[in-house]
Design a protein around this ligand. Structure first.
Ligand SMILES: [Zn+2]
Length: 64
């Protein structure tokens, strides 16, 4: 039994519901509009988006 129905449309990035072909990649017009509103309202700046996500991990140095 495969419970994986065709997931070609993916999930709605707004509410994580299965996307509908008519509104893909969103699940509904509401979510699509909400995404548009975010773009118009926030511009390109996404809250919590860091331009550079660099982790300075201490590298193990090999003694030679
Ligand atoms: Zn949605």
């Amino acid at each position: 039994m495969s419970n994986e129905t065709r997931a070609a449309l993916g999930k709605c990035p707004i509410c994580k519901q299965p996307a509908q072909a008519e509104f893909r990649p969103f699940c509904s017009r509401g979510c699509r509009d909400r995404d548009l509103m975010q773009w118009f309202g926030e511009g390109y700046a996404l809250p919590g988006a860091h331009p550079a996500e660099l982790d300075d991990e201490p590298e193990e140095k090999d003694d030679f």
